[in-house]
Ligand binder design. Structure first.
Ligand SMILES: Nc1ncnc2c1ncn2[C@@H]1O[C@H](COP(=O)(O)OP(=O)(O)OP(=O)(O)O)[C@@H](O)[C@H]1O
Ligand SMILES: [Mg+2]
Length: 366
């Protein structure tokens, strides 16, 4: 197993396009590290630099203690799986999977044995004589996986391998990739813009935006202690609600939304421990599932009018607005709300996230 270290790596494309800026992370031996971020944030560029398909402008890439910057792609021994499968259309499934071994001039008998083993593992054994155009998307992606696996590479690189698949297949292939990772234990770096895929697959997430690392943490940490407003808004669906306003310290500590006067109670130790001061401008983040509905109206509540309701079966999303920005409350379908209903909400005091004026995390109460 190989440790992959990316050290202060930057990438500038011609015409001065800075796609990746001073990015550092480490995929430990046997890790499944996920790079996640919106379109254009530099994920594929990072993967292509690891594979050797793109030069590194500055910084260092190591496989264990070996500097890889100037190694040719074939010297790196990586297996890469792309979104668009990149299969050879004129070759059969057998020949596609066998390809990395054929070019290494391995004995035909050995190739046959390995291809059959790999195909069996991926449920492709009945399809070996077909051409890619006669396969479904999921089957094609399995062939691409087989072609990467058969090389027994030092490192697996996955670039959005599931985004061309329908929702059911995507969930199925997600488990298959996780199973393969458990079976082989090969260090893997997995790129996706889908935050659900990132949360479910990775043992560690690297969250990127505009070519810059925002946070490196476990899925739980990223969800409960997002480093800044970007991470908080990107991870979680429906997204976190943000309220802008200021801290008020009177008898206790609370947050008051500017413009509306809506207020949420915060733990008193927030001020005592010096995290916040009176009148400090902050943004409060509350996830849609972290409100409780209030029957007994008191001062520590906000009143909202429901503007839209989405029924998704096991739950409903109720939308409301404060200060012209759309917000969401997630609750049980047993709540027979209707559009126009006024409800009193309270934030769960153990699930509030507080950001400073620059949008960086002050503290989360999770
Ligand atoms: N060959 C290239 N020449 C110039 N700019 C490029 C090149 N390839 C990518 N870029 C730019 O670099 C930035 C990062 O691109 P990259 O493909 O790494 O993003 P990504 O995170 O993989 O996005 P997506 O989720 O859409 O695949 C983008 O602004 C893109 O336009
Ligand atoms: Mg990409």
């Amino acid at each position: 197993m190989t440790k992959v270290t990316f050290q202060n790596v930057s990438k500038t494309y011609p015409k001065g396009i800075e796609a990746v800026k001073q990015v550092s992370f480490e995929a430990a031996k046997g890790d499944l590290l996920v790079l996640v971020g919106p379109s254009g944030c530099g994920k594929s560029t990072i993967l292509r630099m690891i594979a050797g398909l793109e030069d590194i402008s500055s910084g260092r890439l190591y496989f264990d203690s070996e500097l890889m910057n100037d190694k040719l792609p074939r010297q790196r021994d990586v297996g890469m799986v792309f979104q668009n499968y990149a299969l050879y259309p004129h070759l059969t499934v057998f020949e596609n999977i066998a390809f990395p071994l054929t070019i290494k001039k391995i004995a035909k008998k050995e190739i046959k044995k390995l291809v059959e083993e790999t195909a069996k593992m991926l449920g492709l054994d009945d399809l070996l004589s077909r051409k890619p155009k006669h396969l479904s998307g999921g089957q094609r992606q399995r062939v691409a996986l087989g072609r990467a696996i058969i090389k027994k590479p030092r490192v697996f690189l996955f670039d959005e391998p599931l985004s061309n698949l329908d929702a059911i297949l995507r969930v199925q292939m997600r488990s298959e990739i996780q199973n393969l990772h458990r079976k082989f234990g090969t260090t893997s770096i997995y790129v996706t813009h889908d935050q659900v895929e990132a949360m479910t697959m990775g043992s560690k997430l690297v969250v990127l935006n505009h070519g810059i690392v925002q946070q490196i943490d476990t899925p739980e940490e990223v969800y409960q202690n997002p480093a800044n407003l970007f991470v908080a808004g990107f991870i979680g669906s429906p997204r976190m609600n943000f309220f802008e306003g200021a801290i008020s310290i009177r008898k206790g500590v609370s947050f008051v939304e500017s413009g509306t006067g809506n207020s949420f109670k915060l733990p008193n130790d927030m001020a005592a421990a010096g995290y916040v001061g009176n009148s400090q401008a902050v943004t409060i983040g509350i996830r849609p599932e972290s409100f409780t509905l209030e029957k007994n109206i008191s001062r520590q509540e906000i009143f909202v009018k429901i503007t839209n309701i989405e029924y998704v079966g096991n739950e409903i999303f109720c939308y409301f607005r404060t200060n012209e920005s759309n917000k969401c409350l997630r609750c049980s379908p047993d709540m027979k709300f209707e559009i126009g209903d006024e409800v009193a909400l309270k934030a769960d005091p153990g699930k509030i996230t507080i950001f400073d004026g620059k949008g960086d995390l002050i503290r989360s109460t999770y």
